[in-house]
Design a protein. Structure first.
Length: 124
């Protein structure tokens, strides 16, 4: 694939957001960010992304609710965008449980940035 990978990061922690952004920018990704699920849905209304990194716990609209809304979108390209859940509580969930909520995959905090890059590239 040529060009940059368009990644939307939904994360309310500016520390995690900035670290993730810097790592992915070095990997030829164009980064967009949202602080909650409402902003993600607004951004999806006007743009397409190749991968979404979705924090589970955000104010306003959390990642689980937002992912459910994305999966119901009328535009099949947007509704089927790969979404990677990012959570500090991954031990409480299995991959099957994340997939049942509409996620493509998940990553546990603290993030392993090598695994993050690998998953973004594989899904883009």
């Amino acid at each position: 694939m040529s060009g940059k990978i368009k990644v939307l990061i939904a994360e309310d922690s500016s520390v995690i957001l900035n670290l993730t952004k810097k790592i992915l920018e070095f990997q030829n990704c164009e980064i967009f960010s949202a602080k909650n699920g409402h902003v993600v849905l607004e951004m999806l209304a006007t743009s397409d992304y190749q991968v979404i990194l979705m924090d589970i716990n955000m104010p306003g609209m959390d990642g689980i609710e937002c992912t459910g809304q994305i999966r119901k979108l009328a535009d099949p390209k947007k509704a089927n965008v790969p979404i990677i859940a990012i959570t500090g509580n991954a031990r409480n969930y299995s991959l099957d449980e994340f997939k049942a909520q509409g996620f493509t995959d998940f990553l546990q905090k603290p993030l392993n940035f090598d695994v993050l890059v690998e998953k973004v590239k594989a899904l883009a």
